[in-house]
Design a protein around this ligand. Sequence first.
Ligand SMILES: *Cc1c(COP(=O)(O)O)cnc(C)c1O
Length: 464
Amino acid sequence: MKYISTRGKAPAMNFEEVLLAGLASDGGLYVPETLPTFSKEEIASWVGLPYNELAYNVIKPFVDDCVGDADLKQMIDETYAGFNHIAVAPMKELGTNEWILELFHGPTLAFKDFALQLLGRLMDYALEKRGEHLVIMGATSGDTGSAAIEGCCHSKHLDIFILHPHNRVSEVQRRQMTTVIKDNVYNIALEGNFDDCQQMVKDSFANQDFLKGMKLGAVNSINWARIMSQIVYYFSASLAIGGPEREVSFSVPTGNFGDIFAGYLAKQMGLPIKQLVVATNRNDILHRVISGNDMSKGDLVHTLSPSMDIMVSSNFERMLFDVYGKDGAAIDDLMARFSKESVELDSDRWDKVRELFDSCAVDDDATCETIKQVYAETEYLLDPHTAIGVKAARECNRDKSVPMITLATAHPVKFPEPVVKAGLESPQLPAHMVDLFEREEKLDVLDNDLNTVQQFIASHVHTE
Ligand SMILES: *Cc1c(COP(=O)(O)O)cnc(C)c1O
């Protein structure tokens, strides 16, 4: 399978190259040139498969000859054997045709484990084959950092440096990162805010001279392999409740448009999906584009759902590329204008976007209210991101006869503040993490200075 850039100018690549590259050289994102599709009969033949076997069937066409069949199978088996629930992505019934897809049974209790546990293994495999070493650098306000560290810490050919704003992430989130004591894992607590961290990562990707010939790899959702891994659970959820014979709908709490984009791909690949609901918090650019063709950056606000506090949703570009008929020049022009000013989509393209997606923005008060209401109805405790998904599902549902599945993206213990605000008791850490507050921590506090950070990284990478 060939991968092409959404901006049309970077060279096409194979899976292995895309896996290690991150952003395309023209500033675009890599997408498959043509998407694999599955017939209804083929999908129906997967009913009852364990998660790892289903994952193999869905992922296989994307990697084709870059990874041997037996190796791919083994990496997928190991990835999902490390989850703390036998079903990997279990479904919970909230009410009539109202479902929750629990994606928080991985090692760091958020859905990012689904992709990053596999990504670390795939990268290590490719690097071993090539005899190369890669330096992972990423910024985090919480979830991405811990999931990336857990995903990469066992890799022989990777060093990982994660920047977080010093004293500005929750204690659970910090400890999930800093208690992984491995000599290829570095937590940099930057004397600055999240934007400073992100800027430092961007500047380092743009000019990698400080690494003296080594290369940086990306673990955020610009990396295609992350999106690919997330397509699987849309299939597993549907098959669990009557798919593909029966249509289902999904509501997806999203910030970077990564998770919802995976759902869109599942639909394009042949899974019968009725509605895809984009659920955002007050950082609502996605909702404004979909509902009103207003693609303008607002000021970023901090909310009770911090993992969705994002204003520029990078994966939205991947969807627009499809909607614009894979016209890279048109996307290049649109994104160049968007970096400077508000833009509108061409009206026929916007109609297409509205056909594909419904959307809803949910503020902090409504988030807490939903946590409270669902607990009163069912004694089921939602994390704030998931609560936004449930609220959006209830607001946007156009056909109550079709099951509506909300993706539960994190365990409520990671975000206790809104739970307590909703008047409920703070949830308990699961068994494998009860000693989190006693574990040893390792982190380096560094000045908010690009040169200091780059020197630190250059002096700690493992050259082989
Ligand atoms: C990362 C994250 C999201 C948003 O995911 P996208 O890739 O932006 O769609 C939602 N909820 C939680 C808990 C997250 O960690």
